[in-house]
Design a protein around this ligand. Structure first.
Ligand code: G3P
Length: 216
């Protein structure tokens, strides 16, 4: 399974890219706001740091405006993917952008019915939001499992990005379900590296190493 970083924090992306952990990046208006930078500047910088796809999201609602906005984003770098809202206008834009050779990521997907339409529209990626479903008492990962079964049944090419990830368990369940990608926020990426027994084990081996040196 590929791991994307769900952030517009260029310094954090650099850190994990240097470890070879970043297969791509997803951003959204909230993450751009958090970065405190102009979307164009930070997105261009991320695209230079990461070879894989970098999703950029705009604000347009009408299909022709989404296409225009998407063309601007696509002119920034070769690895740009245009995030498109899960609406009839959004899916109309997906068809046009695909014909122009521009990759798309349909965002804010919450049901299997929506995911089916996204695949039929020919989107490159679909982003079901698992955490936000869990927040309202639904089972986000059950949605992923159903979408994976559905896409497999018909050989749909659209790749599934598990989004709105809230725990390392979400990432593991995404991999177990055979999802193509999980887009992981930085705090969860940090969490994935650690376990209290790893830390305790390192401390104990370190202490014993020093003690053995003194005895020898
Ligand atoms: O990038 C889309 C998605 O991952 C947002 O997650 O935490 O705002 O629900 P969240």
């Amino acid at each position: 399974m590929k791991i994307f970083l769900d952030t517009a924090d260029a310094a954090k992306i650099k850190k994990y890219a240097e470890m070879g952990m970043v297969d791509g990046v997803t951003t959204n208006p909230t993450l751009i706001l958090k970065s405190g930078r102009r979307q164009e500047d930070v997105t261009k910088e991320i695209c230079k740091m990461v070879d894989g796809p970098v999703s950029a999201e705009g604000n347009a609602e009408k299909a022709e405006d989404i296409v225009k906005e998407g063309e601007v984003f696509a002119s920034w770098a070769k690895n740009i993917v245009v995030k498109v809202p899960m609406t009839p206008e959004g899916l109309k834009a997906v068809r046009v952008l695909s014909k122009k050779g521009i990759k798309t990521n349909v965002t804010l997907v919450f049901t299997s019915a929506q995911a089916l339409l996204v695949a039929k529209a020919g989107a490159t990626y679909v982003s079901p939001f698992v955490g936000r479903l869990d927040d309202i008492g639904e089972d986000g990962m059950a949605l992923i499992e159903e979408i994976m079964r559905m896409y497999k049944n018909y050989g749909f090419k659209t790749q599934v990005i598990v989004a709105s990830v809230r725990s390392s368990a979400h990432v593991v369940r995404a991999a177990a379900a055979g999802a193509d990608i999980a887009t992981v926020p930085v705090n969860i990426m940090d969490e994935m590296f650690t376990h209290k027994l790893t830390d305790a084990g390192i401390r104990k081996f370190h202490d014993d190493w020093e003690a053995a040196k003194k005895k020898a």
